[in-house]
Design a protein around this ligand. Structure first.
Ligand SMILES: CC(C)(COP(=O)(O)OP(=O)(O)OC[C@H]1O[C@@H](n2cnc3c(N)ncnc32)[C@H](O)[C@@H]1OP(=O)(O)O)[C@@H](O)C(=O)NCCC(=O)NCCS
Length: 148
């Protein structure tokens, strides 16, 4: 299994990125300035994008594993890789998600804990109502992980 940093033609991974963030123009806001990582296990399994927030903080903006490979540890391995990659650069990694039990459970398993919430983020910023696992996404829930 290898993780490569992708610096060019990041849009080639749009199919995966849309699993993590369903509106392309929202992805365009962070894709160019973000660091992209792709996990290969024989072939491509997962990608993620991380952006600089300030000198102490980076933010995971998107992570996605191909549906047929969920629950095989690829997401957790990618988080572990980027946590090591940034441990000497930032103190904290943030991630924002909808209030979806499976996402919250995944991030907790990867060492994140609850940080704060942004009220109405999904209803204010996306051009359509969003549902995951039958629940409408309204607030953005932020979780944080210490990298040091
Ligand atoms: C979220 C996502 C990246 C997780 O990746 P993954 O490779 O399936 O997750 P892992 O196999 O590494 O899971 C690690 C642990 O997280 C937890 N977890 C992962 N998916 C879960 C789910 N759907 N429900 C509950 N817990 C879950 C489990 O504890 C799991 O360990 P276990 O399988 O031994 O019980 C993947 O489901 C995905 O790509 N989803 C679509 C895109 C997306 O929603 N991105 C993030 C949104 S904020």
């Amino acid at each position: 299994m290898t993780v490569k940093q992708i610096t060019q033609n990041k849009k080639q991974f749009l199919d995966l990125l849309l699993l993590g963030d369903e509106q392309e123009n929202m992805i365009d806001h962070y894709l160019e300035q973000g660091d992209m990582f792709a996990l290969y296990d024989e072939d491509l399994k997962a990608v993620c994008v991380v952006v600089h927030v300030d000198n102490d903080i980076c933010e995971l903006k998107n992570i996605a594993v191909y549906q047929q490979f969920h629950r095989q540890g690829y997401g957790k391995k990618l988080i572990s890789h980027i946590s090591k990659f940034y441990e000497n650069k930032y103190k904290t990694m943030l991630v924002g998600t909808g209030e979806t039990p499976s996402a919250l459970s995944f991030y907790r398993q990867c060492g994140f804990e609850l940080s704060h919430r942004i009220k109405n983020f999904f209803t204010d910023n996306y051009n359509h109502l969003m549902f995951e696992e039958g629940v409408q996404l309204v607030d953005m829930i932020y979780l944080k992980k210490d990298l040091k």
